[in-house]
Design a protein around this ligand. Structure first.
Ligand code: COA
Length: 239
């Protein structure tokens, strides 16, 4: 049975982590199933994607049993085989959201950060346990958190704060909205339906232009923006 379930709610694709008994710990088997889901027709033909977990946990992070005794060669193989799934989520062309309840730790938080928006309910518990374990967030975390909140806050969250709650995450700019218990998925779906109504090419190109921004000089970024406008202005319905 797959550890990641994919379903459709109209034009919205819902991706649910299904390893509840292990708090959706991100084993390589789960990451592999997530990669398969990213290639599925249900996802590829959708206008928007919502990633979610269970009531107790969006995900408690990397499977700690797989972290032990990894040789440098095994680390390289890991990123080649399944550890690249976070970057694949980030590279999806359509808008993406995470609906978060319960634990959202380490790699779980990195997965959520690979989506465009994060909707958390009041039960959400965030944190980066990696440094205390002697490693670091290495599924895009150091990059995305720093870009979202700046280097000082990123260091605070990774080195000083074992846990933070949904309200704090909102204040830091790590989550988009905090909603009452049990309503994160409903709210994420509501936002997803709104995103799905946007002209798809405009939404996708805007997302990609913003994602390319930290990699570009201002001049290159402005050029990307103008070229993207040149493309979009030719699409049906554009003024
Ligand atoms: N990797 C592997 N298994 C994990 C896991 C992880 N990251 N997080 C939880 N689990 C497993 C537990 O081993 C347990 O399995 P078992 O029932 O077979 O013993 C099950 O999920 C439930 O977890 P449990 O610890 O009993 O729940 P809890 O409510 O007492 O504690 C946490 C919840 C999240 C505080 C605790 O599970 C935890 O600290 N997990 C590790 C978090 C972590 O360090 N993640 C990042 C790694 S870089």
């Amino acid at each position: 049975m797959s550890l990641v379930e994919v379903s459709r709610d109209g034009v919205v694709c819902v991706v649910r982590l299904r390893r509840e008994e292990k708090l959706n710990a991100l084993s390589s088997a789960l990451e592999s199933d997530l990669k398969d889901v990213l290639a599925s027709d249900e996802l590829r033909t959708s206008a928007c994607v919502v990633v979610t977990g269970g009531e107790r946990a969006f995900s408690a992070g990397a499977d700690v049993n797989e972290l032990r005794d990894r040789t440098p060669e095994a680390v390289v193989d890991y990123y080649r085989e399944t550890g690249d799934v976070y970057e694949r989520v980030a590279a999806l062309p359509q808008p993406t959201l995470s609906a978060i309840s319960g634990y959202c730790l380490g790699g779980g938080l990195e997965l959520a950060l690979a989506t465009d928006f994060r909707i958390a309910d009041e039960t959400a518990a965030f944190g980066f346990p990696e440094v205390a374990l002697g490693i670091l967030p290495s599924s895009g975390g150091t990059q995305r958190v720093t870009r979202l909140v700046g280097p000082a806050r990123a260091k605070e969250l990774m080195l000083l704060r074992p846990r933070f709650d949904a309200r704090e995450a909102l204040a830091y700019g790590l989550v988009t909205e905090v909603v009452p218990d049990g309503t994160a998925l409903g709210r994420a779906l509501e936002l997803a339906r709104g995103l799905a109504e946007l002209p798809p090419l405009a939404a996708s190109v805007t997302k990609q232009a913003i994602d390319a921004m930290p990699e570009s000089s201002q001049a290159a970024g402005i050029l990307i923006e103008r070229l993207a406008y040149g493309l979009l202005s030719q699409t049906e319905g554009a003024p």
